[in-house]
Structures are given as structure tokens and as C-alpha cells.
Design a protein around this ligand. Structure first.
Ligand SMILES: [Zn+2]
Length: 274
């Protein structure tokens, strides 16, 4: 599933490729992906709108349109948002085609069809799933160590499940949570409120660092993730623990374990993550 660095990479690509373009027509081949409003209204309102800017909040892509509307895209598991020339053939997994001017298409491609699009009034995210309940952006300057520390107080849940909770902190998924906990040398099974001051600081720094590195590498591609140009990311080559079960820990040489924690396959070093 695309996480913050993958979505940020897509957003940056979209900004350079389709900012200022106008949606001339839509082809909707799978109506189930249009979550709000009803398909006819979705189609009608979008026609003629100009894409003024593209932004990100958590794992959501926000296309700011003329007329005070925002097109929200959530890629979920296998969604891709691709910019292609109209003459490029599309396959059966291409479900929505936004035909732009100058012969360009913005295409929503999704093998598993869990992705969703929403068309809302600017700032009114109520119809858009979990978007309105997102926690702070981990890379935003206003997200401080003090805020993070305060938010952890009294939380009995294990730290892994808390970091995955989008209303606690936005944008982290299984990959970057495992990598951040490894970088901070903290066990994913620790209760959140048991972290000492220096551990909280290490985790805060690690979260920001792994996300920044993930963005710098253009995201992590195993099978599905592609950026707006259809290119893979490279962060899979820099992963320390995620998908490294059975390998030697790069820090201490012990064997990395994979275990189900918070309902997710979690990778960690049982020796140096305390
Ligand atoms: Zn280790």
C-alpha cells in the first residue's frame, strides 16, 4: 500500500505534469470507485474544471480544482494515478480516465479496486472517508517533539499499532513504521506510554528521517506502486528490516524476526530493538 513517501512522490509528479490542465471529459469504467457524490454528479461537476494545484494529506491525494472543489484520491492497496498520452492503450484495470486538454489523460488504475475518489467542496472533507480525522503530518514544521511526546502519554496500545493509526499520526503504514522503530531501536511491542524521553526523541527523529529518505528515493516499489510517470521507486533497496525476515540485522547481526503485531506482519530485530 502506498504510504506517505509514495503518495508524496506521486503528488510531486502530478504537480509537474498536470498543474494548470483542464478536465475536458471523463470515462468511468468502474462506478464503484466513485465514492462521493453519485457518479452522474461527479462526472457533471468535474467537466471543465481546471487543476489548480495538487497536494497531499496523509495518504490522500488532493487535486485542487477551479470553482472551489477538491478531487480527493485514496489509492488504498493497489491504486495508481498515471499521466499518459491519450493514444497510449489502457488495460482492464484502468477504471477512471480524466481526459485533459492537450491530449493528456490522468488515469486511475487499480488491480484490486479498493481505491476511491471523492469530489468535495474545498476544506469539507466529511464525505471523504478518514480524511477529516487524520492526525498530524509528521513532516510538517508544526509537528514538534513536544506534541509527539504529549500524544503518547497515557496510550496503553503498543507503539506499532499506534503509529499505524491514521488519526494518531498521518501517513505511516507497515513499511515506514517498521523502519522507524528499527532506526529508533524500539520494540514494536512496547506500550506507547512506556517510552522514555530519549526513546520518544529517537522515534520522533527516526519517523521523520525514514520518511524523508523514502521520498528522496522516490518511494518503495515491491509490486504495485508506481509514480505518476509509471516509474518504480528505489527505497526497497535501502530497507533495514521490512521484508528482511531471516536476514542478519544490519546493526547487530542477530536474525530479523517476522511476527504478527497489531494485525500486520511486523519485521524487527529482537536483539537490538528493546
Ligand atoms: Zn539488531
Amino acid at each position: 500500500m502506498p504510504e506517505l513517501p509514495e503518495v508524496e512522490t506521486i503528488v510531486r509528479g502530478l504537480r509537474s505534469l498536470i498543474r494548470g490542465y483542464t478536465i475536458e471529459n471523463l470515462i468511468i469504467r468502474a462506478e464503484s470507485l466513485v465514492a462521493y457524490p453519485p457518479v452522474e454528479e461527479f462526472q457533471e461537476v468535474l467537466k471543465g474544471k481546471t487543476i489548480e494545484d495538487i497536494d497531499r494529506r496523509g495518504k490522500y491525494i488532493l487535486l485542487k480544482l477551479s470553482g472551489g472543489k477538491t478531487l480527493v484520491v485514496h489509492l488504498r492497496m493497489t491504486g495508481r494515478l498515471l499521466v499518459l498520452a491519450r493514444e497510449v492503450a489502457y488495460d482492464k484495470h484502468t477504471h477512471i480516465i480524466f481526459q485533459l486538454n492537450k491530449g493528456l489523460d490522468l488515469r486511475f488504475h487499480d488491480v484490486r479496486k479498493f481505491g476511491r475518489v471523492y469530489l468535495v467542496a474545498d476544506g469539507d472533507y466529511r464525505p471523504a472517508g478518514g480524511l477529516q480525522n487524520l492526525g498530524p503530518e509528521p513532516l510538517a514544521p508544526e509537528f514538534t517533539l513536544g506534541d509527539f511526546s504529549k500524544a503518547l502519554k497515557g496510550k496503553k496500545a503498543n507503539i506499532k499499532s499506534l503509529l499505524l493509526n491514521q488519526s494518531f499520526i498521518a501517513g505511516l503504514g507497515n513499511i515506514y513504521t517498521d523502519e522507524a522503530l528499527f532506526a529508533a531501536a524500539i520494540s514494536p511491542e512496547r506500550s506507547a506510554d512506556s517510552l522514555k524521553e530519549d526513546e520518544v526523541e529517537a522515534l520522533y527523529d527516526s519517523i521523520r528521517l525514514v520518511l524523508q529518505k523514502g521520498i528522496a528515493a522516490g518511494g518503495t516499489s515491491f509490486s504495485d506502486y508506481r509514480d505518476a510517470r509509471g516509474e518504480k521507486g528505489n527505497f526497497q533497496e535501502e530497507l533495514q528490516v521490512y521484508q528482511q525476515g531471516g536476514q542478519e540485522c544490519p546493526r547487530c547481526g542477530s536474525i530479523i524476526t517476522k511476527k504478527k503485531i497489531a494485525g500486520r506482519g511486523t519485521h524487527y530485530c529482537p536483539n537490538c530493538q528493546k
